[in-house]
Ligand binder design. Structure first.
Ligand code: ZN
Length: 179
């Protein structure tokens, strides 16, 4: 095992430059409930997020962090309101920069992480990366509520399948004709 590898306890605040100079690797777990915004969405707050981050200074002098974030977040299905497991398995390839201006200079292969002071909040980065993956309206893949539940025994009403754009098209068509 690499002696530079820090295992199991992910420090919240880090000095990214120092870690990059040492080629440090941070590996371990963060409990979901230590991330405020994510724990508002998650039913499984005591479960963990597994993180691996490798720090490096690349050929262009950028402080880069490459790694992976893995977890399973129990979100609320927006159809049946029961929990549903949403797997997270995301890669990060970021450069630590001081401000927006520096962020704009980065090559496209690197995502910016703006850190204004020496101390960077690694939990915030992890949370941001996960929230990017989480759908706004998660649904079970299966039909978790039978369709006829809404119709209380009656046959479900036929909803005419009209294209919402067809009305616009008709309007367009009629206006061009009247010209
Ligand atoms: Zn559901």
């Amino acid at each position: 095992m690499n002696e530079r590898t820090i295992r199991n306890s992910i420090p919240r605040f880090i000095d990214a430059r120092k870690l990059a100079q040492k080629d440090a690797v941070i590996e371990g777990n963060v409990i979901i409930n230590s991330l405020d915004r994510l724990s508002e969405l998650a039913h499984n707050q005591s479960d963990v997020i597994t993180v691996t981050f490798a720090f490096d200074i690349d050929d262009h002098g950028y402080i880069v962090i490459q790694g992976e974030i893995k977890s399973e977040i129990a979100l609320t299905c927006q159809r049946c309101l029961e929990p549903m497991i949403f797997p997270i398995d995301t890669s990060v390839n970021i450069a630590v920069v001081r401000d927006q201006e520096a962020a704009k200079q980065l090559p496209k292969s690197l995502d910016p992480w703006i850190v204004e002071s020496e101390s960077a909040d690694l939990y915030e980065l992890i949370e941001e990366e996960i929230l990017l993956e989480v759908p706004i309206a998660p649904f079970h893949e299966h039909q978790c509520i039978p369709e006829n539940l809404f119709s209380s025994g009656e046959k479900p009403k036929e909803i005419p399948k009209t294209n919402p754009f067809s009305v616009l098209e008709q309007l367009k068509g009629s206006s061009s004709k009247s010209d």
